[in-house]
Write a protein of this length. Sequence first.
Length: 122
Amino acid sequence: MYSSEGPPMTPFAFNSNLQIVQDAGHVAILQEMIHSARVIRPIAARTCRRRSGSGRGFAGHWEGDTLVVDTTNFTDRTSFHGSTENLHLTERFTRIDADSIIYEFTAEDPATWTRPGPRRSP
């Protein structure tokens, strides 16, 4: 997995800027590093596996001011800290002011870890 592309999105040495845009039915996260974009839909089709998870999009919903993104369908090539294709990531994006978002993710994989591990951006 690319170091900052995600999911999950982890800091990189440079070009870690994000732009998040939303229309009536989608949210897109555009990443400066390698110019990638993730399109998040209310329900993701779970028909194929990808190294970055959910081959047809990422399932997302709003919990108040927090965007919650659920990602599954990884492959055995994902290898996020030793995870398997059973990796399940839950990301939370909470806007706290006009210029700041708190990013948290929880990684679950019963074949790798004994309990979910939450992570929070600095």
